[in-house]
Design a protein around this ligand. Sequence first.
Ligand code: APR
Length: 395
Amino acid sequence: RATDVVVLGAGPAGLVLGNLLQNRGVDCVVLERAERAHIQTRARAGFLAANTVRILERHGLAEGLRRHGQAHSTCEFRSADGRFRLDYGGLGRGERHTVYPQQLLVTDLLTRFLAVGGRVEFGTEAVAVLDADTDRPSVTVREADGRPGRWGARYVAGCDGRHGAARRSLPTGTVRRHHCDHGVTWLGLLAEAPPSMDAVGYAVHERGFAGHMARTSEITRYYVQCARGTAADSWSEQRIWDELDLRMRGAEYGPLHRGRVVQRAVVDLESDVLEPLRHGSLFLAGDAAGLVSPSAAKGANLAVLEAEILADALADDLVHRDSKGLDAYSARCLPYIWRAQEFSHWMIRLLHGGPGGHGGHGSSEGWSDGSAGGASPFHDSLRRSRIDSLRTSRS
Ligand code: APR
């Protein structure tokens, strides 16, 4: 089978790309390994930046988030020095986030794509991208019934995430992977509990970081820093809530609203960037192009931004025979990617102190006794100074 653009993956990157290509009259197909119900219920990120909302609005994809998203513009920081609120919506460019669970955005994007005639092959796993160095690449697949298949195309867009076929198919020797393991591990939780405050909550504590992020009126995401190698199911619900309450200083600022923990996953904070984002006829976008650690909620936003740039470039080439956008794709995206990396890296150091969250480069001097978040006195002071400047500096 053949089309102009084969899009691998029906996450935010692949579905925004599919919609925008369809809007421009470019023939495409989205191949998705999972079933439809799975992608529509998979809870992941939830914070959309103002620019992301503008992109989605520009292409008629923002109706659901306009109707059901919640405006958000305040973070609360808690530490041994007290607590304060950073109303970032009243600073800088005055931009706010929209809280809209990613599975709802994915559902909106998918519904719209199918409604305008878009094709998605669910249960179809891309195995490899072949002949990306020619202008007739193809994608080998395992179909829903288990049989092998193949899609031919003019271009392939790899939007299939960090473990996808696009990354696996990159030619050796031409791609550079810049990788950083931040040495910090979080236990990420979804709780069937209403939010405990009307802000994103960041708690810096000698026992380690804890975070609170609203999702809906009934569901809240929490993060609690844990030791590297912790198994996701090794903490009891009681221990999770006690630890969250302690680190978020519930005794001083009010206890958290507890509820059933309905999903948990251990995340080692890692980042990478693959350079360049183009390999002949194969283009990377979203997590396939680079991973941003979840500390700053940039991943889904970058995915949408890259998808828009790629859609324009592909349509210019396929509709108007103008290949300048494709040639410039990688160079246009990389500054945004590195900017997001820089912010998320700064955020990690703000919340965890020194490298590894322990403050030392392999030296045990000054560590606190085995807790996940102990920082050396030096790095702890840096962290306090960073938080203090957030409290006092308008810029
Ligand atoms: N073949 C087909 N589909 C695949 C394959 C494959 N070999 N491998 C993965 N997929 C699918 C996954 O099932 C998933 O639906 O590709 C999709 C990739 O989607 P995401 O992982 O959501 O990646 P992306 O669209 O790049 O989204 C980026 O969303 O949640 C945020 O922070 C997260 O940074 C991430 C962002």
